[in-house]
Structure formats: C-alpha cells, structure tokens
Design a binder for this molecule. Structure first.
Ligand SMILES: [Zn+2]
Length: 196
C-alpha cells in the first residue's frame, strides 16, 4: 500500500475512541488523521489502485457527509472503500481510474476540521476499519511512518533474487552471483541515481 503522502505520514488523531475535537465528548473516530512528514508535501495520493466513486464538496449541513468537506472516495482493487477528506482541492473526477500513488487532491481543512490534515478512512463491507495497520503506522498520536527508501527497496529485491543475503545492515554478497544478476542490480541502482 502506498502512503497517502509521498514524504511519509504523522498521525495527529488515531482511529477509534477519542475525545471529539470540537465538543470534548467521547466519540468514535471512523478514520485516522494524518499530516505529511514534510510540510510542503501536501499532495494526497491514492493508497491503492481503483476507481473514483465520489469527488465532491458537500455543503448541506443536514448531510453527514458535509463533515468531510471536499472529499474523494475510491473503490480499491482490493475491495475496500477509501475516503480522502477535508481536501483543499480535488484532482480526480467520479469514474476516473487511478493508480496507487496517483494524486487525488491537496490536503486542506474543508468540512468539520480543526486544522489542515487528511482524514483517511477505510471501509470493508461498509464498516470502518483501522487504517493504521494497512499503512504500517502505529495508531497513536505522533506516530510516524517514513516512505520506503529506494536503496532499501533495491536491497530487498537483491535479497529476493539471491544476489545479496542477510537482512538490514548485515547484507553481504552471495557467492556465486552471476554477472547477469549483478549487471541487472547495478543497472537498477544506476537508474535510481540517474533517472534521465
Ligand atoms: Zn478524522
């Protein structure tokens, strides 16, 4: 699953029971509130590939969806529903096909929100589920998840291919490693270092 912010995420309000930010009363938070690790990184990205079911701004206060303000909902290829709420602007339209990582909008404070953040909600069969485990962040205020580093991804791939063995910092070259495998590995690293 792709993080909703490219720079990584910080939890500002966890999923589940919490004190309502407006009234202080105990209430259930049906999503998780996230901000980007880098302030300037406000582009919200699709966590999974899927199709856009709604992209709109609800202003009618009688409609509970108005709490979400400007929002995009996505039916993921994994069968889950994804909601991106309080957006400043939307980058997709109803019916659009989106790929994981594609921008769906810009983080904002529309609807019922006390500050600029993303309300990220995931539902299975209509029931909100804890999104924190899906994106690999702890469900506590202040928890952070950094994006995967390209060299970690390259190393993981090399371990999978049998070019390197070990884990984490203990990686070492496996012997024998064919010239072809090493060339592919170096080519991948080269493309990352010199993308054009
Ligand atoms: Zn929220």
């Amino acid at each position: 699953m792709t993080l909703p912010f490219e720079s990584g995420v910080r939890v500002t309000s966890p999923f589940g029971l919490r004190a309502d930010p407006f009234t202080g009363a105990s209430s259930v938070h049906s999503g998780i509130d996230l901000v980007p690790l880098l302030d300037a990184d406000r582009t919200v990205r699709a966590a999974v590939s899927g199709s856009v079911t709604q992209s709109r701004m609800v202003t009618d206060p009688m409609n509970r969806t108005s709490e979400w303000g400007n929002y995009v909902s996505l039916f993921g290829d994994d069968g889950r529903m994804y909601y991106y709420c309080h957006l400043a602007s939307r980058a997709v339209a109803q019916g659009d096909r989106v790929e994981a990582g594609q921008p769906v909008g810009v983080e904002g404070q529309t609807g019922r929100a006390t500050g600029v953040h993303l309300h990220f909600e995931v539902r299975e069969n209509g029931v909100p589920v804890d999104p924190s485990s899906l994106i690999g962040v702890a469900n506590v205020p202040g928890a952070e998840k950094a994006p995967p580093r390209w060299y970690d991804e390259a190393a993981a791939w090399a371990v999978e291919e049998g070019i390197l063995r070990g884990t984490g910092d203990g990686l070492q070259l496996d012997e024998p490693c064919t010239r072809g495998m090493m060339v592919v590995f170096l080519h991948r690293l080269w493309k990352k270092l010199r993308p054009s």
